[in-house]
Design a protein around this ligand. Structure first.
Ligand code: NAD
Ligand code: UDP
Length: 315
């Protein structure tokens, strides 16, 4: 019987956070969900509210938090480019002040803490696929920098708290993840394309659509989070978590049109500044340390995600 733990999930009412809260409750833990609802929605966690081991707190992680828990998953941060660029100063504050506050909390209560970092720490990568030892190619003053550099600084803080205060840390570098409960207005590619296809509106491909991404289904990712948190204390990461299946954005558009039976056409829009050309995780480390690799293929994950958006749009 696994031991019951008290677990804090910051950003718990967001897309990934809500799935994580659900999985932790199913595993028998007490879950405290903390969120300021910047991009998260109460709807994402409504089905958990009656659970006797689930608690919710409206709180902004840029301010200190005083609670008692055994483990912390730090997910609080807008993840979609349109959302994180809406208030870039707040985005950096959320990553950096949020990390300082959550690390300070972990230090005081001797909790183990995991950071939801990102493949964006590699920027527009010059090596492919990306391995954890690659230091990245990030523009520090561009429109994506508030997110990329905020997350890089958060990693720095995690490793300094580990070296300086012996904190038990885990750093997950998440690659593009999709699934049910992404927000309709999220602006990320999978949700945009599915919503456009279901409404028979033009699919907006930025640039020629030759840029690539590797898409991981949310259930696979959450499994990776939990396994990473359970690694021995000596293991800190960073660890890539993502699906190595790599697709061009044009291929994704065509797949979504086919799977939804949509009448949508494809239109091209300008490529946003600093949009990475290619991205694919090398998951050798995850395979060897936590025996993890994704099990859900893109088509299977898209079926579930399309069903979710169909219901959301009442179609
Ligand atoms: P999301 O926007 O759905 O969730 C983020 C959550 O954090 C939201 O509920 C939001 O309200 C909350 N939040 C934002 N600022 C906050 C603050 N100051 N205080 C408290 N809560 C705050 O995005 P997501 O896809 O679920 O991403 C979750 C985490 O995973 C983020 O840290 C993101 O950077 C990281 N990540 C996600 C992906 C992905 O593809 N989904 C990829 C890389 C990294
Ligand atoms: N993209 C696109 N059309 C859209 C939304 C995004 O062509 O409607 C492209 C975007 O330019 C990028 C890729 O899809 O190359 C992934 O974008 P997303 O915002 O999902 O995440 P990113 O990996 O860029 O952070």
């Amino acid at each position: 019987m696994p031991q019951n733990k008290r677990i804090l999930v910051t950003g718990g009412s967001g897309f990934l956070g809500s799935h994580l809260c659900e999985r932790l409750l199913e595993a028998g833990h007490d879950v405290l969900c903390v969120d300021n609802y910047f991009t998260g929605r109460k709807e994402n966690i409504r089905h958990l509210l009656d659970h006797h081991r689930f608690e919710v707190l409206r709180h902004d992680v840029t301010f200190p938090l005083y609670v008692e828990v055994d483990e912390i998953y730090n997910l609080a941060c807008p993840a979609s480019p349109i959302h994180y660029q809406h208030d870039p100063v707040q985005t950096t504050k959320t990553s950096v002040h949020g990390a300082i506050n959550m690390l300070g909390l972990a230090k005081r209560i001797k909790a183990k803490i995991m950071q939801a970092s990102t493949s964006e720490v590699y920027g527009d990568p010059s090596i492919h696929p990306q391995v954890e030892s690659y230091w990245g190619n990030v523009n520090p003053i561009g429109p994506r920098a508030c997110y990329d550099e905020g997350k890089r600084c958060a990693e720095t803080l995690f490793f300094d708290y580990h070296r300086q205060h012996r904190l038990r840390i885990k750093v997950a570098r998440i690659f593009n993840t999709y699934g049910p409960r992404m927000a309709i207005n999220d602006g990320r590619v999978v949700s945009n394309f599915i919503v456009q296809a279901l409404k028979n509106e033009d699919i907006t491909v930025y640039g020629e659509g030759n840029q690539t991404r590797s898409f991981c289904y949310v259930d696979d990712l959450v499994e990776g989070f939990i396994r990473l948190m359970d690694t021995p204390d000596e293991f800190t990461g960073p660890m890539n978590l993502g699906n190595p299946g790599e697709f061009t954005i044009l291929q994704l558009a065509q797949t979504v049109i086919r799977m939804t039976g949509s009448r949508s056409g494809i239109v091209h829009r300008p490529l946003p500044q600093d949009d990475p050309l290619q991205r694919q995780p090398d998951i050798t480390l995850a395979k060897s340390v936590i025996g993890w690799e994704p099990t859900v293929k893109l088509d299977e994950g898209l079926v579930k995600t399309i069903a979710f958006f169909r219901a959301e749009l009442d179609l």
